[in-house]
Ligand binder design. Structure first.
Ligand SMILES: NC(=O)c1ccc[n+]([C@@H]2O[C@H](COP(=O)([O-])OP(=O)(O)OC[C@H]3O[C@@H](n4cnc5c(N)ncnc54)[C@H](OP(=O)(O)O)[C@@H]3O)[C@@H](O)[C@H]2O)c1
Length: 274
């Protein structure tokens, strides 16, 4: 890669952010598509100043990760309607100094699921009620999936359930409901919660598809428990690359090199687990 006076800058803002594999994925994509651009990780604290900096420096696009997916909204000039409905932004596009927010988590999750199954008519349960759960909940509902929400804090869980017009269950009562699709969206299972699962093994059965949106580690305790009880499993890598591919398209207008992006992240994950 040649960095010169015309190199465009992209990146991810979050805190913490050093674990992000966004740079691995997007730099592989820029290189494969022969786009003169680099993508860096910015661990930030002041979100207003960060977005002012984005506009002032002409940073062309940013991914947004925890804990800023809602916090960025007041500082944007424009929002895509899907991001408005979800109430979260994971992608910012800078078009001549105007910052527009999008959500690509919803599409990413649904594409990863639709690669494996037909969604319409399924009964699902989403574990968690944060930004990712919101995005996935809205997009599953649009696909005709019945949903229930299980979350640690009743207030947040009930609030998302209200917005989705669906039932809420406390985390310790998830076993009372038999579902076809279980989507795990909490950070439980990744550092520093490896070895933990937010639900107990009675949730898993042979007719279930269990998806964990965590991609590092690829096989979380939740997925190990699901597999042991005969459920089909989907890890978080497909969603991560699909949401990244959607970002790449929004930023560049170029068809994303999906396979290259997938392999770049997969091989880095392979290195870190050895
Ligand atoms: N694969 C992908 O492309 C992708 C995309 C987006 C996010 N993610 C992953 O998804 C996870 C969540 O992201 P997010 O943006 O939705 O985060 P978030 O908005 O902070 O929400 C986190 C959710 O997890 C719950 N939670 C946190 N710690 C918990 C614990 N110890 N026990 C039980 N529940 C707990 C929270 O419950 P309370 O309401 O009780 O606090 C909340 O519902 C992260 O691990 C992130 O890396 C993956």
């Amino acid at each position: 890669m040649n960095i010169d006076q015309n190199t465009a800058l992209y990146g991810v803002i979050g805190n913490p952010v050093r674990h992000s594999l966004g740079p691995v994925m997007h730099n592989a994509a820029f290189s494969a598509a022969m786009i003169n651009a680099v993508y860096l990780a910015f661990e930030v604290e002041d979100i207003k100043a960060s977005l002012q900096g984005m506009a002032a420096l002409g940073i062309k696009g940013l991914s947004v990760t925890t804990p800023f997916k809602s916090a960025v909204i007041p500082f944007l000039d424009e929002m895509d309607p899907l991001a408005v409905r979800i109430g979260a932004v994971n992608t910012i596009v800078n078009r001549e100094g105007r910052l527009k927010g999008y959500d690509t988590d919803a599409t990413g999750a649904v594409k990863a699921l639709e690669e494996k199954m037909v969604l319409k008519g399924l009964h699902s349960m989403i574990i968690g009620a944060g930004g990712a759960a919101r995005a996935i909940g809205f997009s599953l509902k649009e696909r005709g999936v019945r949903i229930s929400i299980a979350n640690r804090s009743p207030q947040r869980g009930a609030s998302l359930a209200r917005d989705l017009d669906c039932p809420y269950l406390p985390l310790n009562r998830t076993g009372v409901k038999k579902v076809d699709l279980l989507v795990q969206t909490t950070p439980v299972g990744m550092f520093p919660h490896e070895g933990e699962s937010p639900v107990s093994e009675e949730m898993f059965h042979e007719d279930l598809v269990a998806m964990d949106i965590i991609y590092n580690p690829r096989e979380t305790t939740f997925l190990k428990m699901a597999k042991a009880r005969g459920a089909a499993t989907i890890d978080g890598l497909g969603m991560f690359v699909h949401q990244g591919a959607e970002q790449f398209l929004l930023w560049t207008g170029v068809d994303p090199p999906f396979e290259i992006m997938y392999r770049a992240v997969e091989s880095r994950l392979g290195e870190s687990s050895t």
